[in-house]
Design a protein around this ligand. Sequence first.
Ligand SMILES: Cc1cc2nc3c(=O)[nH]c(=O)nc-3n(C[C@H](O)[C@H](O)[C@H](O)COP(=O)(O)OP(=O)(O)OC[C@H]3O[C@@H](n4cnc5c(N)ncnc54)[C@H](O)[C@@H]3O)c2cc1C
Length: 413
Amino acid sequence: MPWRLLRFALNRKHPEPRMFTTHDKLKSSYDVVIIGAGGHGLAAAYYLATEHGIKNVCVLEKGYIGGGNTGRNTTIIRSNYLTPEGVKFYDESVNLWQDLSRDFDLNLFYANRGHFTLAHTDSALRTMRWRAEVNKHYGVDSEVVGPEAVKEAAPMIDLSCAGHSPILGALYHAPGSVARHDAVAWGYGRGADQRGVEIHQQTEVLGIDVQGGKVKGVSTSRGYISTNKVLCAVAGSTPRILKMVDVRTPIYIHPLQAMVSEPVKPWLDPILVSGSLHVYISQSARGELVMGASLDPYELHATRSTLDFVEGLTSHMLDMFPFMSNVKVMRQWAGMADMTPDFAPIMGKTPVEGFYLDSGWGTWGFKATPVCGKTMAHTLVNDTPHPLITGFSLDRFSNYALTGEKGAASVGH
Ligand SMILES: Cc1cc2nc3c(=O)[nH]c(=O)nc-3n(C[C@H](O)[C@H](O)[C@H](O)COP(=O)(O)OP(=O)(O)OC[C@H]3O[C@@H](n4cnc5c(N)ncnc54)[C@H](O)[C@@H]3O)c2cc1C
C-alpha cells in the first residue's frame, strides 16, 4: 500500500496535496519543450528530470493531462512481440512497470493477469509458435498451449466459438497485465512536477520555428517560447505537428474504439485476445468487462464512436461467451491511432535538428509508456538514439529496413 495513503488513513491532519502546480505564465525559454501531456510526453519529462537532472522543461497540452489515447486505451501490457527489436523493447517496459506504483507513491492498480492470444486456424497457430520461440530466445515467458489450458483459465468460454471458429490453441504470456491508465499519466506528471518540470494544460502548439534546419522555438496559444529541443509525443495528432516542421512520415490515422460493460461479479482473470474474431476482453478491478476490436477500416481524424462497432464486437464476443447476452454495455469511445505500415513505432531523431519524434503508437503504445519516457529522455540528452530504439528510426522507411510487427500487434494491442 502506498505510504501516502496509509498516512492519510491514520492521520486526517494530512490533507491531500494538489496533484499538479498551476503556472500562470510560460517562461520565455526552456531547455526542452515536450508537446503532449499523454503518458509518453510526461514520462519523458519525468526521466529527463530524475535521470538526467534536466528540469527546465515544459510539457504543453492542448486539452488536459491524459485526455488523449492514454485515457482511452484498454490498458493491456505485454511483451510477447514478434521481432527481436520489439521483444527487447517491450520487455524493458514490463520490467519498469513492476516498480512504478512504488516509485510514484501512487496505486496504479497494476494487475498481473496472464494473456492468451487465441489461435483458431493452423496459420495462426504457426505465428504463435514463431512468437513463442522469439520470446523465449530473449528470456520472455511465452508458450503455446492447447485449448484445455484456455478452458481452465476461462471456464465460461465456448471453445467451439459458436461452432464456426474452434479454438485450436493459444500463445500464453504469463507477464500480461493491466493497469489504471489515467493514474499512469498522473504519476509521471506529478513526479515531473515535483522536480520542477512545468506542465501547461490548455496550451496548444500552433507552430514550430525552424531556421536553417534547426529548431529555434515554439508558438503556442499562450505565446512564443524559445528552445533548441522539441519532443513531439502527440499520438493521433502527429501528422498535424509534422506539417509544422515539414517532415514526412508514413503515419496514417484510423479510429480505434473500445467499450465497457456494467460491473459484474469477477469471472474472468486473464486477458483474452482473438485475432481471427477481431476482439479482446479483460475484466477490470471494478468488475467491468473492458472490450475492444481492431481499427475502424477507414482513415479519419476524429473520435466518434459507432453503432457498427458495438454490433460487430458484441456478435463476436457472444461467439466466445454466449452467457454475456444479458450483460449491458455502459460506455463506448474512440481514440485516434497513429498507425505505421509495419506496426512498429517511429522514435528518435528527424531531419530537423532538435526535433525528436515519439510516434507511430497506433493501438499498442500504452504498455510502452515507461520505456518510451526513458529512451526518449536518453535520446534528447545525448542527441543519439538509445540502443533500444534504433530499430524504430524514421529512416527505416527510406532504407527498406522495416521492423515487421503486424503478426503481434494487429488486434493484440
Ligand atoms: C481504444 C484504444 C485502445 C487501446 N488499447 C491499448 C492497449 O490495450 N494497450 C496498449 O499498449 N495500447 C493501447 N492503445 C494505444 C495507446 O493508448 C496509445 O498508443 C498511447 O496511449 C499513446 O500515448 P501518448 O502519450 O503517445 O499519446 P496521447 O495519450 O494521445 O497524448 C497526446 C497528447 O497530445 C496532445 N496534443 C495533440 N496535439 C497537440 C498540440 N498541438 N498542442 C498541445 N498538445 C497537443 C493531446 O491532447 C494528447 O493529450 C489503445 C488506444 C485506443 C484508442
